[in-house]
Write a protein that binds this ligand. Structure first.
Ligand code: ATP
Length: 427
């Protein structure tokens, strides 16, 4: 089995990710997150928000609606930009206008002419929805990117808060794309989540380039600090001819997945393209100067990050398989077990330990099978510490704490547990 197959099987077995509508054969391009998956994904989002919003006094968050007035998409250029006859490279999923033969030839050459094109289709990446109760219904769209929700609220945020240029607006939310070839598990889906910062700066070449470079470092370090292997992370600058026409600079943070180096997050200097499209400007309260700010964007995929954290943390140690997830994002920080599930006094004591710890952390309770099976299951979920209540616990109020990565066990008094775990989590 290759790593993708192993992760796919583990994700289902341990409740991370299921096929959407699986009992009806699934639905291509859609995925459901199970009990462990939703915790992992939420923790990734929380860590992102902590760094990008709570950690800065120059960033505020919003949560815009998924369906917006269709004029937004007209103005943003999405309706026209995505209605060309397109073909897609089945190998790397790059899309090209079907009538741009030179580019198609050049791209085939990059793959030594060993790839295939999808059939040419006129398609729009935007997912259409019909609203209203009477015919004709009103055509609208599920957002193709969460970005536009920020731009159309630019003035609202400036007017309702104390932000001053330079400042950022952050958002996390679902986006939808009619991808021609969804695949590589959740990597390319039709419904996915993005975590984005739009950072507004003065229209100044030097200053904006400095911000662009700073955000590049901030973002790649976030992935490294949360444990992704630095050797599997790099920047991939967009070549001049592939770059969006409005982008001054554009780079992707790529991760080396089993299917090759793959985009996880884009960092783009978008100039004044978006705010100009919507006719929005900024007035400096002190100088009274009015201008259209430039935008530096960091746009990451929550699902791609989740998949890469799963792949990266997968560890085989002899017979043992465990997810070496950073405790900050592990679905459960701890698991609590009674040594034997059929001894009421042990269950009661373990319950009391659980009820204290679960007010502080996400804690798994497990009383199935024997202790070995429980360790095995918690390792595969990536739970950093397992706490076992045994007969000695009833006498000395101590428990055994077992470490996921080393397998080592130590005895600790119950009233020292919170301190112990807090120190570990702060490491
Ligand atoms: P790709 O070239 O892989 O199609 P993109 O350049 O179109 O991606 P962006 O529009 O820059 O992607 O979106 C920002 C981020 O949103 C991406 O870096 C990725 O993490 C995520 N993303 C985009 N499309 C998808 C998708 N179909 N499924 C899952 N995540 C996606």
């Amino acid at each position: 089995m290759d790593l993708m197959e192993k992760i796919y099987a583990l994700a289902k077995r341990r409740g991370f990710i299921f096929q959407s509508s699986e009992i009806y054969g699934g639905y291509q391009g859609f995925w459901d997150y199970g009990p462990a998956g939703v915790e992992l994904k939420n923790n990734i989002k929380k860590e992102w928000w902590k760094l990008m919003v709570y950690g800065r006094d120059d960033v505020v968050g919003i949560d815009a609606s998924i369906i917006m007035n269709p004029i937004v998409w007209e103005k943003s250029g999405h309706l026209t930009a995505f209605t060309d006859p397109l073909v897609e490279c089945k190998e790397c999923h790059k899309r090209f206008r079907a009538d741009q033969e030179d580019l198609l030839k050049a791209h085939s050459k990059e793959h030594n002419n060993k790839m295939e094109w999808t059939e040419s289709k006129t398609f729009n990446l935007m997912t259409e929805v019909l609203l209203g109760t009477t015919e004709p219904k009103e055509k609208s769209y599920l957002r193709g990117e969460i970005t536009q929700g920020v731009f159309v609220n630019f003035k609202n945020v400036v007017d309702s808060t104390r932000v001053k240029i330079p400042f950022g607006i952050a958002q996390i939310g679902k986006a939808f794309r009619n991808e021609v070839t969804p695949g590589n598990f959740t990597f390319r889906s039709k419904e996915f989540e993005q975590m984005e910062l739009e950072y507004f700066v003065k229209p100044d070449e030097k200053e904006s380039k400095t911000f662009f470079e700073e955000f590049k470092e901030l973002r790649i370090n976030w992935y490294k600090n949360l444990g992704l292997n630095p050797k599997k992370l790099h920047f991939h600058d967009h070549e001049e001819d592939k770059k969006a026409h409005y982008a001054k600079y554009a780079t992707d943070i790529e991760y080396e997945a089993p299917f090759g180096w793959s985009e996880m997050e884009g960092i783009h200097h978008r100039g004044d393209y978006d705010l100009s499209n919507h006719g929005l400007k900024y007035r400096d309260n002190i100088t009274n100067e009015e201008y259209t700010p430039w935008v530096i964007e960091t746009s990451g995929g929550v699902d791609r990050a989740t998949l890469f954290f799963l792949l990266d943390s997968y560890t085989e140690d002899g017979e043992r398989v465990y997810l070496k997830l950073n405790p900050k994002i592990a679905p459960y920080k701890l698991a609590v077990f009674p040594l034997l599930a059929n001894k009421p006094e042990l269950v009661e004591k373990a319950r009391s330990v659980y009820s204290v710890l679960c007010t502080m952390y996400s804690v798994a309770w497990d009383d199935r099978g024997n202790i070995g099976k429980r360790y095995f299951a918690q390792d595969e979920i990536g739970t950093p510490w397992c706490v076992t209540v045994d007969f000695d616990s009833l006498k000395d109020n101590s428990v055994t704490v077992r470490d996921r990565d080393t397998g080592k066990q130590e005895r600790l008094p119950v009233d020292k547990l919170v301190n112990y775990f807090q120190n570990k989590l702060d490491e």
